[in-house]
Design a binder for this molecule. Structure first.
Ligand code: DX5
Ligand code: ZN
Length: 217
């Protein structure tokens, strides 16, 4: 289970996105939070910005779609050049069909669960996915406090992945920092999104390195 660190550009300076993307070039993926002001009460960026970011960095893009009608829009993010596309199950009309479409278009398919959404009803969907994202804050904003009560869900999901012998990556997003990443890793997460903990640091690349070292302990 290799540790991966994905800085979230939600906490970067949006007027200097290319530079901010390059500031974390030791990271495994760049996490791009797409919000539509409907699924979550915040608005960020869309397909044109993703297309530009793909050209601005060699780091692959991990697009986290916090949008309604995601069945309709997610394929466009693959076409824009995202290497991994995450949809929220709460927003998807047909999650299996959507995961298959994302994979068929050539990206990794990932499904996200809000804090109040349990994993158990989706056990049979896991083989359709390349990654599962467990939100450790309510989606919408960076800089929120980590929800400890999500640790049992991370643990149970890791057990289900093991039970089915899957290669699925298990991502956590929200409040991941030097003080919470070890608990997430211990519970079974292997892909860590960090916004404020990376872009709030004086040296974002050093923050990525430090988080990786902690998660690998
Ligand atoms: C929140 C986003 C996160 C956010 C995390 O809805 O999905 O990716 O950027 O920010 P931090 O790491 O500051 O909690
Ligand atoms: Zn995110």
């Amino acid at each position: 289970m290799a540790v991966q660190i994905n800085p979230s550009i939600l906490s970067a300076d949006f007027a200097r996105l290319a530079e901010e993307a390059r500031a974390v070039e030791g990271a495994d993926w760049l996490h791009v939070d797409v919000m539509d002001n409907h699924f979550v009460p915040n608005l960020t960026l869309g397909v044109p910005v993703v297309e530009s970011l793909v050209r601005a960095t060699d780091t692959p893009l991990d697009c986290h779609l916090m949008i309604e009608e995601v069945d309709r829009w997610a394929p466009q993010y693959v076409e824009a050049g995202a290497s991994s596309v995450t949809f929220h199950v709460e927003a998807a009309a047909a999650p299996v069909r959507l995961a298959r479409e994302i994979r068929a278009k050539g990206a990794r398919a990932s499904m996200a669960l809000k804090p109040a959404t349990p994993i158990e009803p989706y056990e049979d969907l896991l083989p359709e996915l390349d990654m599962l994202l467990i939100m450790t804050v309510e989606p919408g904003f960076g800089g929120q406090a980590f929800l400890d009560i999500m640790l049992p869900k991370i643990r149970r999901t890791r057990e289900l992945i093991g039970k089915h012998g899957l290669e699925l990556w298990l991502q956590v997003d929200g409040g991941v920092s030097a003080s919470t990443i070890e608990r997430c890793a211990e519970a079974g997460a292997d892909v860590f999104v960090a916004g404020s903990a990376v872009y709030g640091a004086a040296d974002p690349a050093a923050a990525v390195h430090a988080l990786r070292t902690q998660a690998e302990r």
